[in-house]
Design a protein around this ligand. Structure first.
Ligand SMILES: NC(=O)c1ccc[n+]([C@@H]2O[C@H](COP(=O)([O-])OP(=O)(O)OC[C@H]3O[C@@H](n4cnc5c(N)ncnc54)[C@H](OP(=O)(O)O)[C@@H]3O)[C@@H](O)[C@H]2O)c1
Length: 271
C-alpha cells in the first residue's frame, strides 16, 4: 500500500484527490492548518503549516509519496508557495520521499501575474531538488473560472476582458490523472493537462450567465495589463493537450442544478 500525504487537503484539488486516492488503495494522510472535525473515516488528518513551519516533519514521517497542493493565491504567496515548498522539499529529501508530486499551472513562465511568478519559482525549486519529482501542469479549473465570474455576477453590467483565452478543466479529471502518477516511481515533468475546449472569457461568461438565468449585458473591458495580454495571446492554454472531457457547459449544468455557491473570497483573480 502506497502511503500518500496530501498537503492542502481541504482545497479544491486536495478535496478531489482524497476519495480517489483511498479508492485506489492508498493509505492517505491529509495535511491542513485546521483539520476538519468530521470527514472520511479512512483518512488520517494532521496539522501542518508551511508558513509557520509547524508539523512538516511529522506529516512526512512514514510517507512514500507527497502530493503538494497547498498554495496561497491570496496572501503571502512568496512565503507559502516558494519558501514553504522549499522547506517541504528539504524535509522530503531527509525523509527519502520517493515521489514528490507538484501540481502547477500551464503558462506560468509566460504570464507575468505575481502568483504565477511565485509558482514558477517554486516549480523550479521542485525540479532542481534532489527529491524524485513529478510535475503536473493543468489549465484553470472550472470552479476557479466560476469563482472569477461570480465577482461580477451581481453587477447590472458585466465588464470583462472578454478576449482572454481559457481552457477550463474539471478538477476531478485532474485528480484522476494525478492519482495515476501517485506511484513509487517519479515521472519528472509530464505533459500539460488541459480541458476539452478553448473559450474566450466572453464565451465563458455568456454560458455562465445563461446557466444562471441572468440577462445582464457583457461588455468588453480593455485592461492594459501584460497578464491580460498573455492570456489573450494564448499562453494559458495547451491546444495540443485537450485531455479533459467535461465541457464548461456540462460543468455549469451540473453545478447550477445542484445549487452550489461559486463565490470564494480566497481567490485572487488574474482576469
Ligand atoms: N485552481 C486552479 O484553477 C488551478 C489550476 C491549475 C493548477 N492549480 C494548482 O493546483 C494546486 C491546488 O490548487 P487549489 O485551487 O486546489 O488550491 P486551494 O483550493 O486554494 O487550496 C489550497 C490549500 O492550501 C492550504 N494552505 C494554504 N496556506 C497554507 C499554509 N500556510 N500551510 C499549509 N497549508 C496551507 C489550505 O488548506 P488549509 O486551510 O486547510 O490549511 C488550502 O485549502 C495549486 O498548486 C495550484 O497552483 C490550480
Amino acid at each position: 500500500m502506497v502511503r500518500t500525504l496530501v498537503t492542502g487537503a481541504t482545497g479544491t484539488l486536495g478535496t478531489a484527490l482524497r476519495p480517489r486516492l483511498t479508492a485506489a488503495g492508498h493509505a492517505v494522510r491529509a495535511a491542513s492548518r485546521s483539520p476538519p472535525e468530521e470527514t472520511e473515516e479512512d483518512i488520517e488528518w494532521v496539522e501542518f503549516n508551511v508558513l509557520e513551519d509547524t508539523g512538516i516533519e511529522s506529516a512526512l514521517e512514514n510517507i512514500d509519496v507527497v502530493i503538494h497542493t497547498a498554495t496561497a493565491p491570496q496572501g503571502d504567496t512568496a512565503a507559502v508557495d516558494v519558501q514553504g515548498t522549499k522547506r517541504l522539499l528539504e524535509v522530503a529529501e531527509e525523509a527519502s520521499i520517493e515521489n514528490f508530486i507538484y501540481p502547477s499551472i500551464v503558462g506560468i513562465d509566460d504570464i507575468p501575474f505575481s502568483y504565477y511568478k511565485h509558482k514558477a519559482t517554486a516549480e523550479t525549486a521542485v525540479e532542481e531538488s534532489n527529491v524524485p519529482v513529478t510535475i503536473v501542469r493543468a489549465t484553470q479549473f472550472h470552479s476557479f473560472v466560476a469563482e472569477m465570474l461570480g465577482y461580477v455576477a451581481k453587477l447590472p453590467v458585466w465588464p470583462l476582458p472578454t478576449k482572454m483565452q481559457i481552457q477550463p478543466i474539471d478538477v476531478g479529471e485532474v485528480a484522476d490523472i494525478i492519482v495515476d502518477y501517485t506511484t513509487l516511481e517519479a515521472s519528472g515533468r509530464i505533459g500539460p493537462i488541459g480541458g476539452p475546449q478553448i473559450h474566450s472569457v466572453g464565451e465563458l461568461a455568456q454560458a455562465y450567465r445563461d446557466s444562471r438565468g441572468h440577462r445582464r449585458p457583457i461588455i468588453r473591458l480593455p485592461i492594459p495589463s501584460k497578464t491580460v495580454a498573455a492570456f489573450r495571446t494564448g499562453h494559458a492554454i495547451c491546444p495540443d493537450h485537450m485531455i479533459g472531457t467535461v465541457t464548461w457547459e456540462e460543468w455549469l449544468a451540473n453545478r447550477y442544478t445542484s445549487g452550489a455557491d461559486e463565490t470564494d473570497p480566497r481567490v485572487q483573480s488574474p482576469i
